[in-house]
Design a protein around this ligand. Sequence first.
Ligand code: COI
Length: 340
Amino acid sequence: MNPAIDWKNIGFEYVDTGSHIRADCSDGRWSAPKLVTGNQLSLHIASTCLHYGQACFEGVKVFRQADGTAACFRAETHAGRLANTAQRLCMTPPPTALFVEAVTTLVRANKDFIPPYGTGASFYVRPLLLGTSPFIGVHESHDYIFLVMGMPVGPYYKNGLIPVKGLVQEQYDRAAPNGVGHVKAAGNYAAGMLGDKEARARGFDVSLYLDSATHTCIDEFTTSNFFGITRDRRYVTPDSKSILPSVTNNCLQQIARDMGYTVERRPVRWDELGNFSEIGACGTAAVITPVHSLTRGSETLTFGDAKTPGPVLSSLYQEIQSIQYGRKPDRYGWIQRLDA
Ligand code: COI
């Protein structure tokens, strides 16, 4: 364990652990992943990732368990999602086995950076795929680099499970209906930055995007999926061609079903939000962020208490974290123990 880190007070910030993993692909053939010292990368200035956005990533978490071992959460699911993203962006993804080996090797090499059990922090692994062939015409790369870095992180929003204020973005769209909103393209996050910056300047913590074709249904927050709990015990989350299939949302749906909620994945209209008692944002980084209010133009809807999370979101959070930290049996097969 790294004694220099104040584990209880770390946020979601970059921490240099001194090493990362790299594998290279040329004309469809991947090299074995290798541990590399340092954090600098040399790229051709005409690389397709720099000019034409052939860049995508994943986020995977590793948790120090109650029994002292380390466990990775659904690495193979994240490998599959990276492969879907790569397919849409015309990139060559690393095979699942390579992805998992790279994550495992990184975690073992950085085991002193895995936050101790009981701190509420985790080790966030960031796999990154880049197209690196030098092309000036718009064309898919022949060469790729797969990098995996990682660092200890605390809550994505500094107050953890404290409700936040959301602004509905009316002026900007995040993704087009048949575009790339359903994959983890790096550029999707740049598309949300201006709206987020303007929202923060107005005192809002998160931005919510509506479907770009009609602005009548909810898509997702800039960095996480939307879900809500209705007064009649339904867990409702949008079905849209433009949102990322969140691994956390998938877990929460399973947990909610097992808690006796009806799970509905369907278009969610803005004008039905009055039926919801709790609203949340969910994703690997944030796990669950309760959303207390949503402002759209001059209208503000509120959900529950401004200072404390609602009872259903609290139970869902406790349940998923109990599985992640090994306090409860993993009956879904989501965690993989690592020798780290
Ligand atoms: C994640 O939840 O892993 C995300 O991808 C959000 C991230 C952009 C911070």
